[in-house]
Design a protein around this ligand. Structure first.
Ligand code: XMP
Length: 509
């Protein structure tokens, strides 16, 4: 087992994913977790100190409980983590003249070092640092360097390592090998994390917790809540009631399809609540994305609360919370900046005294999908592209109206249908359309048109934190545009968004 101490890097989740991908169980904990808590993990083999936006030499810099350094386990500091190790062992770190952001090449100085098994002498890595090590820590040696800085260090006698680069991102071409070298050769972890055991344990745990009581769950039709419903349904059957809120901001026919899919695949109770009028009225006049997100989030909670109040005999509220949600919402001072406020069914009023059940709270998305398959959910449910909680409300740019949502639903349905026809749906990570608040001039037949512009977006990504736009074939795009212009009224222009994330985000709002 491995623990990751988080100093607020945008890449901390990625580090955790890499460890899980190697079939080793890991958890992310706040950077200042004390030694007593860490000793509660009896199978602990190693600790990874993440990167972070701070500087180790500042007065209020984030520090670890130094007793950790005396534990008889392996330690790997990444970026800020390496600089922190440097400071603890009496080296020094300063603001660099030549800062490194982006791709860089490192040269390995100690080719027989275990960390670099099967790694080339010169290897491309991803750097993102303004500070660097200027004096090596005592009892450490440099084991790799870049043009600008010390790139990796190792303690002379203990299994303590530091790397300046981010081995966890895919731009570090041999980063996976290096991390696996740390996990298996240095920390001596064994592969002991498997999802069949996980499912059995959860079913047993849910039965023991719920006994003969009842559970309610808010369904969104997305993967997380579907898989949560499946695992809880498998454990307790009709003791589970799912509430599915139709916000009016779902994709075309989604409410009907989701209800059908649940009714055929699950032996649980489902209740559909049509609340579209409320959502549209709350959104009236709002243009600013965060204001829209907040209005949608609040309406969702209101509707769900009212529906939940009808279930007086439910003692438990189940949620499809997954591990990235847990990491993102754990506020421990070092959390990274909020770019957008995501919403889930949190913040329920005090008088609804439910106990929470979150069977997926330790899983990453890819693990959730695997659990879904193992529980027999249909492919089209498990492999659905993610759909944001605020739905089409953040894909109609600026003010949302029923009419605009109706246009967007048609266009979006054509794009997704074509992706499936061309067998592209499963090779892209997420695809959708946004409706822009501008009209442009066009010509159809012999007539002038003055209609809306829509933007197609398709991205490929592993973690949804960085993404690149999909290189869709022109012939495919031609066909999509053709069908949209011919079939959907009020749209006369289609553009394709080729922005990566960063600098863009995946959604437009
Ligand atoms: P961004 O736009 O931040 O999106 O690059 C990253 C991923 O998150 C999805 N997303 C959301 N999911 N509630 C959600 O459950 C939200 O409020 C929300 N906003 C964005 C987005 O679709 C993409 O998959």
């Amino acid at each position: 087992q491995i623990l990751i101490l988080d100093f607020g890097s945008q890449y901390t989740q990625l580090l955790a994913r890499r460890v899980r991908e190697a079939n080793i169980y890991t958890e992310v904990l706040p950077f200042d977790t004390n030694i007593e808590k860490i000793k509660d993990y009896p199978l602990l083999k190693g600790i990874i100190l993440s990167g972070g936006p701070s500087s180790v030499y500042l007065q209020n810099a984030y520090k670890i409980d130094a007793a950790i350094l005396n534990l008889d386990i392996a330690i790997l500091g990444v970026c800020y983590g390496m600089q922190l190790l440097t400071q603890y062992f009496d080296g020094s770190v300063e603001l660099a003249d030549q800062q490194e952001f982006g791709k860089a090449t490192i040269t390995i100085d100690d080719e027989t070092n275990l960390l670099f098994n099967n790694v080339d002498k010169n290897s491309q890595v991803w750097m993102s640092h303004a500070d660097h090590v200027v004096k090596l820590p005592n009892d450490f040696k440099q084991i790799a360097h870049s043009d600008a800085s010390v790139a990796a260090i190792a303690h002379n006698s203990k299994p303590i390592y530091g790397i300046q680069f981010h081995a966890e991102v895919t731009h570090s071409l041999q980063g996976k090998t290096m991390l696996e070298n740390f996990l298996f050769n240095i920390a001596k972890c064994s592969k002991d994390w498997n999802l069949d055991d996980f499912i059995e344990q959860q079913i047993k745990l849910i039965r023991e917790t719920v006994k003969d009581k009842n559970v309610i769950l808010g369904l969104s039709g997305g993967v997380d809540s579907s898989v949560a419903a499946a695992i809880i349904g498998k454990a307790i059957g009709k003791q589970l009631t799912c509430i599915f809120v139709d916000t009016g901001l779902l994709r075309k026919d989604e409410a009907v399809e989701v209800m059908k899919a649940y009714k055929t695949n699950f032996d649980i109770n489902i209740k559909l609540v049509d609340a579209s009028d409320l959502f549209f009225s709350e959104l009236k006049g709002l243009k600013e994305p965060e204001a829209k997100r907040k209005a949608i989030g609040k309406s969702f909670i209101d509707v769900f609360t009212n529906a939940a109040r009808e279930f007086k005999d439910a003692d438990f509220l189940a949620q499809g919370t997954i591990y990235p949600d847990v990491i993102e919402s754990s506020s421990h001072g070092a959390s990274s900046k909020t770019i957008k406020s995501h919403h889930n069914v949190g913040g329920l009023p005090e008088d609804l005294k439910f106990e929470l059940i979150e069977p997926l709270r330790n899983l990453f998305k890819d693990e959730v999908r695997k659990v879904g398959f193992k529980l027999g959910l249909p492919e089209e449910m498990v492999n659905r592209h993610p759909f944001p909680g605020p739905g089409l409300g953040i894909r109609v740019i600026e003010e949302v109206t029923k009419e605009k949502v109706a246009i967007l639903k048609e266009v979006d349905a054509i794009f997704i249908k074509k992706l499936r026809e061309w067998n592209l749906y499963n090779s892209v990570s997420q695809a959708f359309v946004t409706l822009l608040p501008v009209k442009t001039v066009g010509v159809m037949g012999d007539n002038r048109t003055y209609d809306y512009v829509v933007a197609l977006r398709s991205v490929n990504t592993i973690d949804f934190m960085t993404a690149t736009s999909t290189h869709l074939p022109w012939e495919f795009l031609d066909e999509v545009v053709n069908e949209i212009i011919n079939k959907v009224d009020n749209v006369n222009r289609v553009v394709y968004d080729v922005t990566s994330k960063p600098p863009g985000t995946i959604e437009w709002e």
